[in-house]
Design a protein around this ligand. Structure first.
Ligand code: ADP
Ligand code: MG
Length: 445
């Protein structure tokens, strides 16, 4: 059984109930727990902060690898930092681990500044991109290497600790084996066991799957999630793979050029991206640029023959927007990130001045997006006559590439259409990522 606790005290045993050896998605039976957010059982806003970045900047010469970052990782949270290569993810992790010191700002653990604290005294376990197991040591000795600075927690012997950890990472009985005899995924699990050996407060993983093939990656990410759940250990996970980020995390921080541009649960990041960058980086998207076509708003009733437009039970305005030569009706206002289910998104929105809460007026510039699965063939609303350029068969679905008014669109369909096709979308499925008021615009409508 997975009975290893990070501190040996058993204090986190409540989370054992969520363990699942097969790594099946976590099911939140324990939604009565005041420290979680109900539906998904993730650590909620009431949970104390484990790791905090307070205005952290890390410069290498002219490059700000990390640029004025504020964030708070909650205790027990699986927190993922995702972004394209070179955006500063590894630097973030090195700042948490203590391998780098901030040029500016503070890193805090449980509220205390850890500036002067060396890595080995920070109670963090680190797993690097390339599994760095010692080939001349056995699996057990590699795990035991994690105990070079400290005795095993919980008063157990070294051997007991090693065996328990190998059990935890689903490699029981491999202690005497050569790392070379293991698969890539198994070696990464040994590296995780080694990082966990001293019972750290925080587990840091830097693209631990990047050397593995797709199938192993999917399996390992479920195993990592399961291990994290069973220990309830605060985890900061770095990846450039947005699908991986969405699938394992309690919350995701999206980075771009050293800045954090959105912090929110996976569903929010996907459904309510805080900016065009996030909309295009996380999953496929269709981005439209347009201009609000008429002063004022069209009521839901007018635009849809009496059907009320709701977004999670809220009335939402439908606004006509001219895109190329077509006027499209889009939902506006009800789906603002400010109203989304976590606090981080609103901050990112404000920082970018996208102004969802403002009233759209004629002439305002708007950028909105519609997911491929929300573009539907022969849908009555927002009809776009498009040409089929090609299709990629992906197994469960087919990604169809279209051109409409000189712009590329992507659609997911079971049966790919050929030639020309008319697609449409529900105004509610349009999500505004930028809204720029026209210069000197007069009153509100
Ligand atoms: P990521 O992990 O997201 O790919 P990194 O944190 O490794 O990004 O790097 C962010 C930026 O900082 C990059 O422009 C990179 O070239 C630069 N950088 C990272 N480490 C160093 C270093 N030790 N010296 C100089 N520049 C660095
Ligand atoms: Mg990196």
């Amino acid at each position: 059984m997975r009975s290893v606790t990070t501190d040996g005290s058993g204090a986190r045993d409540d989370r054992e109930a969520h363990d699942d050896r097969d790594g099946a998605p976590y099911s939140p039976e324990a939604s009565g727990d005041a420290t979680t957010d109900g539906e998904f059982g993730r650590p909620g806003p009431n949970v104390p902060t484990a790791v905090e970045f307070d205005g952290v900047t890390k410069r290498y010469g002219e490059t700000a690898a990390v640029d004025s970052v504020d964030l708070a990782v909650r205790e027990g949270e699986f927190f993922t930092v995702v972004g394209p290569s070179g955006c500063g993810k590894t630097t973030m992790l090195r700042l948490v681990a203590g391998f780098e010191a901030p040029t500016d700002g503070r890193v805090r653990f449980g509220g205390s500044d850890v500036s002067g604290v060396p890595p080995e005294a920070r109670d963090v376990g680190v797993v690097f991109q390339n599994y760095a197991l010692f080939p001349h040591l056995t699996v057990g000795e590699n795990v035991g290497y994690g105990l070079r600075f400290s005795a095993p927690p919980g008063g157990v012997s070294r051997e007991e600790r090693i065996d328990a950890l190998l059990e935890l990472v689903d490699l029981p009985g491999t202690s005497g084996r050569d790392p070379d005899s293991l698969s890539g995924g198994q070696r990464q699990r040994v590296a995780i066991a080694r990082a966990l050996a001293p019972g750290p407060d925080v587990l840091l993983l830097d693209e631990p799957m990047s050397a593995l093939d797709a199938r192993l990656r999917e399996r390992l990410r479920l195993q990592v999630r399961s291990i994290q759940r069973s220990l309830g250990i605060t985890t900061v996970y770095v990846t450039h793979d947005q699908e991986e980020a969405l699938s394992v995390s309690d919350r995701v921080a999206v980075m771009r050029d050293g800045s954090v541009v959105q912090v929110a649960p996976p569903r929010t990041v996907y459904r309510r991206p805080a900016s065009r960058f996030v909309a295009e980086f996380v999953g496929d998207n269709n981005v439209f640029e347009g201009v609000v076509a008429a002063r004022g708003t069209v009521s839901a009733a007018e635009s849809e023959g009496g059907e009320t437009v709701n977004d999670d039970g809220d009335e939402q305005r439908v606004v006509p927007v001219a895109v190329h030569d077509t006027t499209l009706a889009i939902g506006f206002g009800g789906g603002s990130p400010e109203r989304a289910d976590d606090e981080g998104a609103a901050t990112a929105t404000d920082a970018h001045g996208t102004g969802w809460s403002s009233t759209p007026r004629a002439g305002d510039r708007v950028v909105f997006c519609v997911r491929p699965q929300h573009l539907q063939v022969d849908r009555a609303q927002n009809r776009l006559r498009a040409d089929v350029e090609g299709a990629e068969f992906l197994g469960e679905t087919t990604r169809v590439h279209l051109t409409w008014s000189g712009q590329q669109l992507v659609l997911s369909a079971e049966e790919p259409p050929a030639g020309a096709v008319t697609v449409g979308f529900d105004p509610r499925d349009a999500h505004v990522v930028e809204h720029t008021a026209t210069d000197g615009g007069a009153d509100t409508s």
